[in-house]
Design a protein around this ligand. Structure first.
Ligand code: URA
Ligand code: CA
Length: 433
């Protein structure tokens, strides 16, 4: 077998056999097949696609390229959540404590943020002393003891995906549904939770720009999950404006804490309660979503969810607790962005806000960039809110920044106004089972 035969076949729209896909991934990881050859194959796949069986085989090869984590020694029905990436998306830091507080173990291995989307690990690392480097044994032990752990992928999980994803990123071949689905699910299946909910974001701040694309990806993901006998569902949610009010790291940790105290932004709370109640039904912990929803709300009211958050960060080495984190100073306030018109906010372009936050130091462009945990943007107004010209609509935090003026201009460009009242935008669009 030679890799060029595979490129030739795919170029002409023919299917690759299971053996051929095995040969490709194994050879690529061994360094016998080169980046330039795989680049050509990926581009052929981009144009010709992969069928269901090929996608399954690729996912299987990616899973088998590294270690898998067996969570069966953890009592109870383990749940996990994955978001396809958004702006200001603090969901995992809220959802994890919520579901753990009703007795469903939450076992999540997470990724880092790149570009305009933030990663859960970077947010957690804004907490002084906290470590995300848990060994598989520590990870399992922690979930057994307190019902929750959120760790980095320290173990050698799906190295095939890591290598392939970097190459896709460098060759404009990320945006193929089958490649995305195999990449996401290989990581999730390698870590064996019992129920997985996927938050598929759609909108200007997301990978998927249209509902049609988000539906296609959701269906691909759910079908692929089922073919591995996994209990998976997807919720398609809007990412047209940042989620909640905070975009950054420490600032989003503080926002997550406020949601757990019942004082957070309503959109973020609603998303977390929806994702949480759906995954609890998927995990058969509750018979219907209303009951699950009420149970989760109750953990906010009685303080159990916040307690779980404190247990989580303490177990992973935090030097302080939720109260201490709320008191912690962000980076200096660099500016307030003021409304340019009277009226109602009609759009807050999520991608531009995410980019602005990144330029303030809240995110990274390359894996080598260093994050300023205290940098970020706080939106005082959201879509639909009335504003007066000159009123503050956003606060921006960061270290001294030579690009400050241009960042402020970009935030202004991200915001538009309407003279008429704007209906509240719909956050949860639909579910794919
Ligand atoms: N996220 C992933 O993990 N992989 C993709 O291919 C796209 C988004
Ligand atoms: Ca947020």
């Amino acid at each position: 077998m030679h890799i060029n035969e595979l490129i030739e076949k795919k170029k002409h729209g023919q299917d690759l056999s299971s053996e051929e896909i095995h040969f490709w991934i194994k050879g690529y990881l061994a360094g016998e097949i080169k980046d330039y050859q795989v680049s050509a194959l990926l581009m052929a796949i981009y144009f010709q696609g992969l069928n269901e069986r090929e996608t399954y085989d690729l996912t299987k090869e990616l899973i088998e390229s590294g270690d898998t984590v067996d969570l069966s020694s953890i009592q109870g029905i383990k749940v996990d959540k994955h978001s396809t990436g958004g702006v200001g998306d603090t969901t995992s830091l809220v959802l994890g404590p919520l579901v753990a507080a009703v007795g469903c173990p939450f076992a999540k291995m997470s990724g880092r943020g790149l570009g305009h989307t933030g990663g859960t690990l970077d947010k957690l690392e804004a907490i002084e002393g906290l470590s995300i480097d848990l060994s598989v044994e520590e990870f399992i032990q922690q979930v057994n003891e307190i019902g929750i752990a959120i760790a980095g992928q320290t173990a050698n999980i799906t190295p095939g995906d890591k290598k392939l994803y970097s190459l896709r990123d460098a060759t404009q071949t990320v945006d193929n549904m089958s490649l995305i689905a195999s990449s996401i699910l290989s990581k999730k299946i390698a870590i064996g939770s019992d129920a997985l909910i996927l938050d598929v974001k759609v909108g200007d701040g997301a990978f998927m720009k249209t509902v049609k694309e988000a539906e296609e990806l959701s269906q691909e993901l759910v079908k692929l999950g089922h073919s591995f006998n996994r209990n998976v569902m997807a919720l398609i949610t809007s990412m047209d404006q940042p989620l909640g009010q905070a975009v950054g790291n420490l600032i989003e940790v503080q926002e997550a804490i406020r949601v757990l105290q019942g004082q957070g932004p309503k959109d973020l709370e609603e998303l977390c309660l929806n994702l949480g109640s759906k995954v609890l039904v998927l995990a058969k912990k509750f018979q219907d979503q209303d009951l699950a929803y009420k149970a989760l709300e109750e953990t906010i009211v009685n303080g159990k969810a916040l307690e779980k958050f404190n247990e989580l960060i303490k177990a992973q080495g935090a030097k302080t607790d939720a109260e201490g984190l709320l008191k912690q100073e962000l980076s200096p306030l660099l500016a307030e962005v003021k409304a340019k018109e009277d009226g109602y906010i009609s759009t807050i372009h999520a991608l531009s806000i995410g980019e602005a936050a990144r330029r303030l130091g809240a995110g990274r462009l390359t894996m080598e960039d260093v994050i300023d945990p205290g940098a970020g943007i706080y939106l005082l107004k959201k879509v639909g809110d009335p504003v007066k010209k000159g009123q503050a609509i956003a606060k921006i935090y960061g270290k001294k920044n030579p690009d400050l003026d241009s960042i402020i201009q970009d935030i202004h460009k991200a915001i538009s106004y309407s003279k008429e009242a704007i209906p509240e935008p719909q956050l949860i669009l639909h579910e794919v089972l």
